[in-house]
Design a protein. Sequence first.
Lengths: 115, 114
Amino acid sequence: NAGVMQNPRHLVRRRGQEARLRCSPMKGHSHVYWYRQLPEEGLKFMVYLQKENIIDESGMPKERFSAEFPKEGPSILRIQQVVRGDSAAYFCASSPTGDLLYGYTFGSGTRLTVV
Amino acid sequence: DQQVKQNSPSLSVQEGRISILNCDYTNSMFDYFLWYKKYPAEGPTFLISISSIKDKNEDGRFTVFLNKSAKHLSLHIVPSQPGDSAVYFCAASAGNYNNNDMRFGAGTRLTVKP
């Protein structure tokens, strides 16, 4: 039973390009969360999705960022026209019910570097 | 807005001794607290949690203490082992168990020396 799979592990983009980060939740998990960790900071909530629905995107920047979790396939976090300030580690987590009681299972993250 | 604060960026402890990691919060609505452990190049791993109706939760070598009046929680690791060396994040949530808006502290890097 594979854990939460994120790819790529490392992604380098030039300013103005698009970045696509993928997350496959654990089998049986229909709740997906994206977090961002800037250098020397804790994890910051970005968006919470269930299959085909965005439940809470209050942590997402208003522009350039979008997320989806289609009926088939992984969840995608998309960043358009990347800027240097987008450089960070992006973590995806999943849970079967959305219940916090046992925490979430995190993936290993995607490190985005914008040059 | 830093609602969850871990004021010690690092902690060094001798193997076999107790490690105490501290966490303070400002939002009195927080009612569920979690600790995560993170190794380099890996995602955070859930360690232990506590709800606000309790003041202590124990799981093996790990115990979390909650002081609601002081808005303070701590994680005790006894005895500490070299494999415990990692970054520890404190997280808090308000509302109910389904609330997705966990707030994380900045983390404390624990080093356990053999």
